[in-house]
Design a protein around this ligand. Structure first.
Ligand SMILES: Nc1nc2c(ncn2[C@@H]2O[C@H](COP(=O)(O)OP(=O)(O)OP(=O)(O)O)[C@@H](O)[C@H]2O)c(=O)[nH]1
Ligand SMILES: [Mg+2]
Length: 288
């Protein structure tokens, strides 16, 4: 459930996971209850014991949800660190080119770097199928009415994906510039993809997402000759929100600008591997 809009509770399905899993509900007393329903894989039902009450109760529920999410995120992060997995959370509005970017990235890395993909969408396995067609492993998570992935979804998907050591993990979040900003999945960082057809104002209108991201990829730059898009202004807007955000211009369709992105990936992955090696060495040091 999103702490902002309350979407998607109890609707998630994950490739390879039992649909009759336990569900959580927020009772009128504001407590989170877990119990099991028996119902078919694709379902839609009303939960009658939806919360009613004060603003303070909603705030508490939101805190509880994020606290629980952060516990799963911490476990995911620890597991990524232990296995030297670089996990990236790709966030954007719908259709900015996340899957196209992944297809091109996989084509460049296949056979060189082990990798896996977790795909988040409200419905369909279309994106996971596009990824699997390349030969790469992909798990689809359908969030139903939910508008973001959470860390528990990712933990469950990881159990099915079985990533090797030293892998790259790309998590394509549900297309939405709002809610995914709130949810830590245990990733090394969020990468926001903004296509040039969306307008220069998006970092100002959706600041949480641009503040939460370490890198902004400006995609569909092949279309610039046909658009009235001010590149300087979008970069300034992003830096107003997040002075530290890195920016790259790419075209996932044509492949232009992929070099700096691939170099960035290699650098980040090397840093994760170096950290893991350091930690292993620290364990080998005798205690003084
Ligand atoms: N011209 C152009 N089109 C692109 C580029 N990247 C993606 N597209 C097109 O944009 C559309 C959406 O691309 P996707 O990769 O499916 O976008 P997405 O962000 O994964 O979409 P959702 O998963 O639905 O949020 C497709 O028609 C792509 O061919 C690009 O660099 N240039
Ligand atoms: Mg996609």
């Amino acid at each position: 459930m999103c702490t902002t809009c309350g979407c998607g509770r109890g609707e998630v399905t994950i490739d390879g996971q039992d649909a009759d899993a336990s569900h959580e509900h927020v009772g009128a007393d504001g407590m989170v209850y877990r119990h099991v329903h028996q119902h078919p894989r694709k379902h839609s039902h009303e939960h009658s014991h939806a919360p009613e009450g004060t603003q303070a109760r909603w705030v508490q529920i939101g805190r509880d949800i994020l606290a629980k999410n952060n516990m799963f995120a911490a476990a995911n992060r620890e597991s990524f660190e232990q296995h030297a997995v670089l996990a990236l959370n790709l966030v954007s509005s719908p259709g900015s080119g996340k899957t196209t970017l992944l297809l091109r990235t996989i084509a460049a890395l296949q056979g060189k770097t082990p990798l896996g993909v977790i795909e988040g969408d409200q419905q369909t396995s279309l994106d996971a199928e596009r990824i699997r067609a390349t030969g790469a492993a992909a798990i689809q998570i359908n969030t139903g009415k939910g508008c973001h992935l959470d860390a528990q979804n990712v933990q469950q998907a990881l159990a099915v994906l079985a990533l090797p050591q030293d892998a790259l993990l790309f998590i394509e979040n549900v297309g939405n510039l709002v809610c995914p900003a709130e949810f830590d999945l245990g990733e090394a960082c969020k990468v926001v993809i903004l296509s040039v057809t969306e307008g220069e104002d998006k970092p100002l209108k959706y600041p949480d997402m641009f503040l939460a991201s370490r890198l902004m990829l400006l995609n569909k730059c092949d279309l610039l000759p046909h658009l009235d898009f001010d590149m300087q202004r979008v970069i300034e807007n992003a830096h107003r929100v997040n002075p530290a955000i890195e920016v790259m211009q790419i075209s996932a369709s044509s492949g232009a600008g992929m070099g700096p992105w691939l170099s960035w990936l290699a650098r980040e992955h090397a840093a994760v591997r170096a950290r893991r090696a350091e930690n292993c060495n620290a364990f080998k040091q005798p205690f003084l």
